[in-house]
Design a protein around this ligand. Sequence first.
Ligand SMILES: C[S@@+](CC[C@H](N)C(=O)[O-])C[C@H]1O[C@@H](n2cnc3c(N)ncnc32)[C@H](O)[C@@H]1O
Length: 208
Amino acid sequence: MVTRKDIHDRVLNATSKEELATVYGEWAEQYDTDLIDEMGYVAPVIASQLLQGYVDDLNARILDAGCGTGLVGENLHQKGYRNLEGFDYSAQMLEKAKAKEVYNRLHQGDLTARLDLAENNYDAIISVGTFTSGHVGPEAFDELIRITRPGGHLCFTVRDQAWEEDNYRFAMDKLEKSGVWKCVEEKTTDYIQQEGSSCKVCIYQKCL
Ligand SMILES: C[S@@+](CC[C@H](N)C(=O)[O-])C[C@H]1O[C@@H](n2cnc3c(N)ncnc32)[C@H](O)[C@@H]1O
């Protein structure tokens, strides 16, 4: 029997995008139940709440980057946001997200490649659970910044283990020194309560 722990270990230890997409494809059906009901995955609620403090307009165009089954979209929709789009690599995860009927558009693609999305297109980007080991690293920031409008916000979590391994602080400071974004808030919070993991949750603003 495939257990929740097995599949979560495979997600964290995948060695290629193809392998990761296969594992998420297998997990999509059970993902919400496993992570929310069984494992206490609180990062989507925490990050959505944080972004809400910076985006007053309920019609703001918001991209959920690495939307998975749509947990973040669901949270933002409950708070009244109505102009949400999702982006993910996995077709099966996107299908689950579509079924929630909270996104106006869903895009399938790779966040580590050039995005087929116009520049200055979004008022805000939110990305939860996607900047993590074996998934997406700090190299994805350039494109996410490009598609955010000047003055718009980027909210993302980085799992603590990946934060150290992939030297996020260096990459984020480098972008700040080059004048493309500035940090407006950063804190450490719970990530998955049952495993005792934590993450950084960050809000950056694209410079004018
Ligand atoms: C842990 S899940 C997080 C999903 C959702 N944001 C949440 O909090 O439940 C990570 C998601 O990132 C997606 N992902 C991983 N690598 C990706 C990539 N290179 N491009 C786009 N999506 C990717 C996976 O398909 C998966 O849906």
